[in-house]
Write a protein that binds this ligand. Structure first.
Ligand SMILES: Nc1ncnc2c1ncn2[C@@H]1O[C@H](COP(=O)(O)OP(=O)(O)OP(=O)(O)O)[C@@H](O)[C@H]1O
Length: 346
């Protein structure tokens, strides 16, 4: 059902539509805290909106708790789920720390940043790191890499894979507390074989591929990360019909959230950030911000601070807002060379 036809108040409809929630379906896997954050409203109001739309009628909203409760988790379940959330290391201990251990599976994480900040480097690093064996504190999984811009470079992936293979034992000893009793040496070739690469050249191809992922992951159960580099590229041009674009992005966002939950995979969407001037100063703005902003559970912004690269948690229902330095080296993503516990909580 379209939000416009729902029994919500005009102001609630306006807030939802301007945040990209054009259809009630898009709200199906959104938590009250997430919605409150997106719409800049109180959690109580967000809960009221979710109750109203889930019941389909404001007049019956007093009895909607049953509808909500049917699919609800207890707070204890949520805590346990949070604690058992499997994470993929970024190869920077500082970066991992602000993420609670790495990029979480079962969720959609958006990584935004200006050109050259290292989004693709991080994407490749995650496609490699997801393969770190369980004995080394990793997931022993495989990766899907969806390249919309032609950014993926296989020589660079090989370089990062070689370094990961070489450093795995030490890395696991230092940060991941793996319990390897015997050396497992993954060959760079094996790392590359476990990255399923898809090049998409139009938004229609991108939507078709995302619809196909359910089947692909069903057939390849060991896929643990899906990286889309970048999610908005084909949607930034050739669109006269903005409402259609918003609907397509919303549908894709919903599909990705469902995939993350159904298969327990980390969905990582990379996105461009541009600099906009308003209120007398420059601000970072995510590409297609308004029509896309509700799509991810977590959002991380990569940015320059002087000559140093920093990551900060821009949005997350469970992580504290924090920032940490990282660097891009020949080996891939690593701690900043001046790493001396400068993680800032904000
Ligand atoms: N082999 C390497 N050794 C050291 N640094 C490297 C290496 N390869 C890439 N880099 C660094 O990574 C940067 C490019 O990062 P990347 O391509 O991930 O940026 P991006 O954020 O994806 O940009 P865009 O939005 O334009 O795609 C280079 O400018 C360089 O600083």
């Amino acid at each position: 059902m379209e939000v416009l036809k729902s029994p919500l108040s005009a102001s609630q409809k306006g807030k939802l539509i301007s945040a990209g929630y054009t259809s009630i379906n898009l709200l199906s896997s959104v938590s009250p805290s997430h919605l409150a954050l997106e719409l800049k409203i109180s959690e109580a109001e967000a809960l009221e909106i979710l109750k109203t739309v889930s019941d389909g009628s404001r007049s019956e909203s007093t009895s909607t708790s049953c509808t909500i409760v049917k699919g609800a988790q207890s707070a204890w379940d949520m805590l346990q789920e949070e604690e058992t959330l499997v994470r993929i290391t970024t190869s920077s201990s500082d970066f991992d720390n602000i993420l609670g251990g790495g990029i979480s599976c079962k969720e959609v994480t958006e990584i935004g940043g200006v050109p050259g900040i290292g989004k693709t480097q991080l994407g490749i690093q995650l496609a490699v790191n997801v393969q770190i064996p369980f004995d080394y504190g990793g997931l022993g999984g495989k990766a899907i890499y969806i390249d919309t811009e032609g950014s993926f470079m296989v020589e660079r992936a090989l370089q990062i894979a070689e370094a990961c293979g070489d450093d795995m034992a030490e890395y696991s000893r230092l940060y991941r507390k793996g319990f390897h009793s015997h050396e497992v040496k993954i060959q760079p070739k094996d790392f590359l074989e476990n990255i399923f690469y898809f090049r998409v050249c139009s938004y229609t191809e991108q939507i078709a591929l995302i619809n196909y992922l359910d089947k692909f992951i069903t057939d390849h159960k060991d896929v643990k990360v899906v990286i889309i580099d970048s999610i908005t590229f084909h949607f930034r041009q050739d669109f006269d019909d903005m409402a259609l674009r918003t609907r397509l992005l919303g549908g894709m966002a919903l599909k990705l959230m469902k995939l993350a939950r159904k298969f327990g995979v980390a969905v990582v969407v990379l996105n461009q950030v541009t600099t906009k001037y308003s209120d007398g100063s420059f601000h970072l703005a995510l590409a297609l911000g308004d029509s896309w902003s509700h799509a991810s559970t977590n959002r991380i912004i990569l940015h320059w601070n002087g000559n140093e690269r920093y990551a900060y948690i821009d949005k997350s229902p469970s992580l504290r807002s924090a920032s940490a330095p990282y660097s891009v080296t020949g080996k891939g993503i690593r701690d900043s060379p001046s790493n001396n516990k400068r993680i800032k909580n904000m």
